[in-house]
Design a protein around this ligand. Structure first.
Ligand SMILES: Nc1ncnc2c1ncn2[C@@H]1O[C@H](COP(=O)(O)OP(=O)(O)OP(=O)(O)O)[C@@H](O)[C@H]1O
Ligand SMILES: [Mg+2]
Length: 405
């Protein structure tokens, strides 16, 4: 192998710095651009040189090391952050993962471990140019009740697990009164509370061993249900949700989260961590108005416009208000529309079965399959609703003034 990556070493122990440098000199695959024992200066070096990899050790003052890792992984997402410590216990690994570290090395370093890092990094780049091998979190949200969040979360998760043939997690963050177990008629052996209680042990291995408890009917879908007793919901903290979601993201290809209508700290955690928010709306004035409020709030929270995918549910063609009207009023593209199909969706819910198991549910489920293909990037634009850029340029039509509100 020729030199394929560049690296910067931020490491307080000169012997450890030398070990990394010597190993890569010997292997000849990584060019060390700079070394330092200072976290602050190290960050500056990273900022200026943008290496492929950064080694950050965990020091006595772990908080500072984690801070630097967070900064690097936040501002330079393409850089692989590698951390190392003498004792990598579960709690420490969790904290490092949350700070954006992608690999952990046990000290003292071995040549094999350092080589394996490069091989892994190269493999991940060949799969995904961004280098991010973790899964994608999709948070389904609306700040009005009953618009179809649970319907969309359940069917999107089912469709994603079917088309990707990879494990998908479906999380019920409606902790007080979740509906997913009712929709799919499951009695959970374990719930999100059990995971939260075992937080110190929650890692990929823990999940693997307890996964069977979450599996839905021999499928690729894994359900993390809401607690069996309402009072247990109070015991779960936003921090614990953060940890659980981070581990799920590292374990599953897709994590689909059903939420409540409120902006509490747990919902906010799910919105923050989401790679995409599926904002559910309907084509009527109250829904559009509330979507407008949410979009403004998302903007204030600093969410990228691309992160928010607007989904119109219960869509009926030829209504007085058109999709163009919605897009112009909200200044946001409609990413997808799901047809109104009350009979089959309600029958499926009442029977506690997936819609695709009903003869008359196949058409609406096909829409979820297409939606999921669009989300995964398996199809590009073919069924996507065209946006009306020309009418936007021609001047905004304001729905609220149009209807005299
Ligand atoms: N595409 C659709 N066509 C027809 N009816 C639908 C559609 N999507 C959802 N519904 C119906 O709307 C109702 C509410 O759906 P759902 O429970 O999924 O909404 P929700 O946003 O999760 O509600 P909540 O805020 O109470 O959690 C259900 O009775 C469901 O059958
Ligand atoms: Mg719901």
């Amino acid at each position: 192998m020729g030199k394929i990556f560049t690296a910067i070493i931020i490491e307080h122990d000169p012997e450890a710095r030398a070990a990394i440098r010597d190993a890569y000199n010997e292997l000849g695959i990584v060019e060390i651009l700079a070394e330092t024992d200072s976290l602050i200066y190290g960050y500056e070096l990273v900022r200026q040189n943008r290496p492929d990899m950064v080694f950050v050790d965990l020091r006595e003052d772990q908080t500072k090391s984690l801070e630097i890792m967070t900064r690097i992984s936040t501002y330079f997402k393409e850089i692989m952050v590698v951390t190392s410590g003498d004792q990598m216990d579960m709690q420490t690994i969790m904290e490092c993962m949350q700070a954006g570290a992608r690999e952990f090395l046990q000290r003292p370093f071995t040549l094999e471990a350092l080589e394996e890092l490069v091989v892994k990094h190269r493999r991940s780049l060949s799969v995904d140019v961004g280098g991010d091998t973790s899964g994608r979190i999709l948070t389904v949200f609306s700040n009005k009740g009953g618009l179809g969040k649970t319907t969309i979360a359940v069917n999107t998760a089912l469709a994603l697990s079917e088309i990707t043939d990879k494990p998908v997690a479906l999380v019920d963050l409606n902790l007080q009164l979740g509906d997913i177990t009712t929709f799919l008629d499951v009695i959970p052996k374990q719930t999100i509370v059990d995971i939260a209680k075992n937080i110190g042990r929650v890692d990929a291995t823990y999940l693997e061993t307890s996964l069977a408890n979450f599996r839905y009917d021999q499928s690729n879908l894994y359900i993390l249900a809401d607690p069996l007793h309402v009072e247990e919901a109070e015991e779960v903290t936003a921090d614990q949700i953060n940890t659980v979601l981070t581990v799920l993201k590292a374990t599953f290809e897709y994590v689909v989260i059903d939420t409540t209508t409120s902006f509490d700290s747990k919902t906010l955690t799910a919105l923050d961590l989401a790679d995409n928010i599926l904002l559910v709306s309907m084509v009527n004035l109250p829904c559009i108005r509330s979507s407008q409020r949410v979009l403004t709030l998302f903007e204030r929270l600093g969410y990228d416009k691309e992160k928010v995918k607007l989904i119109v549910n219960r869509y009926v063609p030829d209504e007085e208000i058109t999709i163009d009207d919605v897009e112009q009023t909200l200044e946001h593209d409609v990413f997808w529309k799901i047809p109104n199909n009350y009979f089959s969706i309600m029958t499926a819910i009442n029977r506690g079965v997936p819609i695709n198991s009903l003869e008359n549910g196949k058409t609406v489920y096909q829409n979820f399959l297409d939606f999921s293909r669009q989300i995964t990037g398996l199809i590009q634009g073919s069924t996507k609703i065209p946006t009306n850029a020309s009418s936007l340029k021609a001047g905004k039509k304001n729905l609220f003034s149009m209807f005299g509100k």
